[in-house]
Design a protein around this ligand. Structure first.
Ligand code: MRU
Length: 344
């Protein structure tokens, strides 16, 4: 990694390092066994890393895209290359609205800055990073206050320091509750097909010493039936005006199960994941990914395939959970009910 080029703008989080002119990402496809950093200072390379899920999680892909544009601006590249890079990044993944929001903010700040557009792009990208850290802190405090001593909490996918620039959203609430002395037990759903729960959430929980148990997605019903889950906390990639939300595939099934078992189900997300232009979940674009991800698995161990070569698959990366299955939406503003959302 290069030395800090400008101490005033250097930023570092669990999985992202920016030195003022270069951006590095912890390659999440190699975790938990290999901790390898990859450079993402160009818009093309950052977009490729976002598509490959080397960097992932709705808030973090927005921050990473913004900082990679800052690197392009700093590099002396022409304005046209900066704007083409923004378009490439915007299109890298379709579901998390944070990505488009972050790119638009950096482009908008540069557009308003005249000749100072390079400095302004860097400044805005750093603001995006700092804001995400602050949003996570506020969300985590609101979420932690909901959790009672002795609760078992099921979460899905990864919403921690590997998904944000800060402590995370749903994960941040769990972390803050634990650090504040609430005795809790986290059940991490493994999150097929890319195993963000098994590879990433289990890794983060272990590093922090939070008591946890890994379960496969198909165990959620049995776990709830056994009385081990008192609350479900999940993140979101995009929340529509009526409260429907898209999150990692499998979230909807967990919400239905929680409803059946009368277990509170909370969506934990910053305002940057809310899309005021989207009236309901029907308007949220859902990413479909490579069939190979369903036919097998890949990671630091290499690639394995267990289904017959060429087996037809369906591989949506996200599903939409209807608002009626949600107990509350935890944002930096507090714990919101359906009536607080602004409607659809
Ligand atoms: O495909 P991923 O790993 O980027 O999906 C991530 C999720 O679904 C998270 O739950 C969501 O982005 C919220 S992260 C705070």
């Amino acid at each position: 990694m290069t030395a800090a080029a400008d101490g005033r703008v250097a930023r570092r989080s669990l999985s992202l390092a920016f030195d003022g002119s270069a951006l590095w990402l912890l390659d999440q496809t190699r975790l938990p066994d290999v901790e390898e950093w990859v450079e993402a200072s160009g818009a093309e390379s950052a977009a490729a890393h976002i598509r490959a899920l080397k960097v992932r999680g709705a808030p973090l892909i927005g921050v990473a895209a913004g900082l990679s544009l800052a690197c392009v601006a700093r590099s002396g590249a022409p304005r046209a290359a900066f704007e083409a890079g923004a378009a490439t990044l915007r299109a890298a993944r379709p579901t998390a609205v944070n990505l488009m929001g972050a790119v638009d903010r950096v482009i908008g700040a540069a557009a308003r800055a005249g000749d100072a557009w390079r400095e302004e792009a860097v400044r805005e990208a750093v603001v995006l990073f700092d804001e995400d850290v602050a949003l996570c802190d506020r969300i985590a405090a609101h979420g932690a206050a909901l959790i009672s001593d002795g609760e078992g909490v099921l979460t899905h996918c990864n919403t921690g320091g590997l998904a944000t620039a800060g402590v995370g959203t749903a994960f941040g609430a769990l972390r803050r509750a634990w650090e504040g002395g609430t005795r809790l037990h986290v059940y991490a759903g493994e999150t097929r097909p890319l195993l963000q729960g098994a590879r990433l959430t289990a890794w983060e929980l272990a590093r922090l010493g939070v008591p946890h148990t890994l379960v496969t997605d198909s165990m959620a019903g049995a776990l709830m039936g056994a009385g081990k889950v008192h609350r479900v906390l999940v993140g979101a990639d995009r929340v529509a005006r009526n409260g429907d939300f898209a999150n990692k595939i499998g979230t909807y099934a967990v919400a239905v199960l929680a409803h059946h078992h009368r277990i509170p189900f909370h969506v934990v997300a910053p305002s940057t994941s809310f899309d005021p232009t989207c009236a309901s979940g029907a308007g949220i674009p859902i990413e479909e990914r490579d069939p190979a991800e369903v036919r097998g698995a890949s990671g630091a161990f290499g690639r394995v395939r267990w289904a017959p070569e060429g087996t037809p698959t369906w591989n949506p990366a996200f599903d939409v959970t209807p608002a009626e299955l949600v107990t509350s939406w935890i944002t930096e503003r507090g714990v919101l009910g359906r009536g607080d959302l602004g409607g659809g």
